[in-house]
Each structure stands twice: as structure tokens, then as C-alpha cells.
Design a protein around this ligand. Sequence first.
Ligand code: BG6
Length: 441
Amino acid sequence: MEFSKDFVWGAASSSYQTEGDREGRGDSIWDEFCERPGAIRNGETGEFACDGLRRYREDVHHLKQLGLTAYRFSISWPRIFPEGRGVPNQEGLAYYDRLIELLLKEGIVPHVTLYHWDLPLALEREGGWRNRDTALAFADFAGFMAQHFSDRVQHYCTLNEPQCFIGLGYGTGEHAPGATLKGSELFTCAANALLAHGLAVQAIREASTKSVQVGAASTGKLCYPLHNTVENQAAAEAASFQIDENEWWFSHTWFLDAILLGSLPPAMQALTDCIPSEDWETICQPLDFLGINVYNGIQVDENGDYVERITGYPRTSLKWPVTPQVMRYGLRWLYQRYHMPMYITENGQASNDRIYLDGKVHDLDRIDFLHRYLLELRDCCSEGVPIKGYFHWSLTDNFEWNNGYDERMGLIFVHYPTQRRIRKDSAEWYAGIVQSNGRLL
Ligand code: BG6
């Protein structure tokens, strides 16, 4: 069995995690955060990352060789507007022009994400996501980019995972800018992110001369059933959207209910209270697709209670559990709630990959992970859930935020001291799956 004829196979990356070249742009909140003692494992930073800015041709060459037809990457806001707004940096624009032109020449469709967490530091100094003006500045940036790319880019994600940049960035402090806000201060950040999304959708549509597909990339808790009974499935579906009070931010619900349904459940009243009623119309804009970043899920029983994981359960090097069933069930629940076509905008696993004596990178565990998750994804599609495409996270190993460079998630290994790229076994395996449109799974 195959995926649909027009199924999109791609890989993903983000600007701060790969580009390097700090001199060529304004600082982002991550530059400052990385300088904080203890913030990042081994004290590493994204200053050089994968040197993507200079090596993008090589990376596009790998995409092409693997037979991928789409590339999801993000635009570094401070590379375009070093101060967050004002005069655009022509060299920054020229870089993305070169990248996009090369992709198009190779027949690879660019999927542009406008915010993958690298907020200009200058805007953080004005309050960052605490400040409503950040939403307005983001919309200006989004509209500017859409106008600039209007003859070349047709797919946009506004925000990547507000769950993480709000929850981890302003709540737990594990991510930049490392704030630990509580109560209404944190909800205000979330409200500003929702507004930023809505304003950006409007700005992108207004600025584009050709038809565009606009969405956002969401992540969060998803549950799957212990038993395949109607009752247990219903319990898993309900649990997926239930808000965990202490971790409300790690739910699809607050973000997707707001932007797609135009309201929030009673458990999110505190967030509703932070949203001026006149903002709702802006926040809830018609979208063309939903991006879902999916890594793992939680098993629940008929009562919706979490099932304890077995001793020694399978997990990745980040200790994230391997739960392929989340693909089949979680995506179904999302479709039943939001009725939107979806792209898997991220999926993959972290490993401590290394170069073997034969000079290759044998990452059997990643192949097994992908095989299991893609089988479940295929089942999900055959059950009628409209999945338009799959982007592996990530194309190359990169700067994994507070985990630094220890964790490798790429199809392509990066030897950081030399920046040499080596295609892992999983890349070759994935290329075979792509070529057969999933028939070989
Ligand atoms: C996703 C992010 O949450 O997870 C990616 O969108 C990130 O940018 C990926 O790289 C892996 O997470 P981590 O914590 O290892 O960086």
C-alpha cells in the first residue's frame, strides 16, 4: 500500500539551530541565553551551528539526492531585521533568496516557518512576548517576507510550537529567554502569541500576489488507547485535549482551539481573561493546513488514566518514549476536533550517533523508529485522515537547544569540527521509502 499520489516527503530544520554566522545578523534571545552559565549542556551555543549559511548548497544537494520534494526551514527574524523592525538587512534577504532559488531549481518546494524561536533580542528588551507590540512587529515581519517571496513561496507556517516557546521560554525557563513567569503574566505571553499568529496570517495573505497555503506548527500531549475498544478510544481522545493544570501550555488545545475554533474551554478561562474580546476575530483566521510536530504520546485506559510505562520501555537518547501508536490515534483525534488537512511538520528521534570504523553512520535505531511511526501514519491515512505530507526532523544534526550538540536528530550526520556531512543509514533507508511512496514499509 502506498501513500496518496501527491503525498509530500520532506525534511525540516530551523535557522538558529543550523545557520551559524552570528556576525551576519542581529542577536536573538538564544544568543544571550546561551551565554548564561548552566543554561545549555556543555556550555554550547548556536554561534556556528552547522555553518548552514555557507553550506546550504551541500544540504540542498543531499535533499535532492534523497529524492525529497519539500524542505521546511525557518527565517531568522534578526537576520532580516536585526532590531526586530526597521530597515531590512539586504545580505540576510540575499541568503534566503539564494536558498529558495536553489530549492526551486532542484524541484524542492520551500515550506517557510516565520518564527522558530529566535526572537530578536532587541524586542525581548522591550518585553518580548510579554509585550503586545511583539505581535504587531511579527505581523510586519511576516508581511514583509511574504511580499518579498511572493513569486516563489506558497507555503507558510506562522509560529512553531508556541507550546514550547511560551511554556519553556517564559514558564519553566528552560529555553530562551529563560523567564519564569506565573499566572496572568504567562497567560499574557500566550495571548500575545495567539494575536501574533492571527495578524501574521492576515499580513501574509494581504502581501502575497499568488495563492498561498498558510498554517501553524503545533505540538502537545496526545493519547492513545490501551485497548482497542470504543470506550478506550473515546477516553484517549478526551484525554488528549484535557488541560493538565500544571502544564497547561503543553497542550494542542489552548493554541488550536483558539486559532481554529475561536474559543477556549473552561479550563483555560485564565487565558481567555487575558484576550481582549475584540482580538478573537483576528486570532481565529481561516487556515489552509495544520502542522503537527509529533514525537511521542501517552497511553491511557478506559477511564482516561495514564498507563504506567513498562520497566525498560523503549526510549530515545533524549529519554523520550517510542510510541508509534500516537501517529495513528493522535492525528485522528486532531482531525476529528479541527477538521483540517495536516502535515507532519516534525517527527524523528535523538540518538548518540557516531562514525563507525568503516566511516559510515549506522543508526539502526532511527530506522526502526521511522519504520514504526511511518507504518502507523500510513494506517492513519488509509483510515481517511487527510495527511498531506511528512517532514523528518531534522535534515542535519544541529544545535538541539538546551541539549546543545549532544543529541543528534538528523538524517545527515555533522562532524562539527570540520562541518563534514555524512549521510546516515537512515537517510538511505528513508530515500527508499520516499521513492516507493511508502510501499516498501
Ligand atoms: C521540537 C522543535 O520541539 O523538537 C525542534 O520544534 C527541536 O526545534 C525538536 O529541535 C527536538 O527537541 P530538543 O529539545 O531536542 O531540541
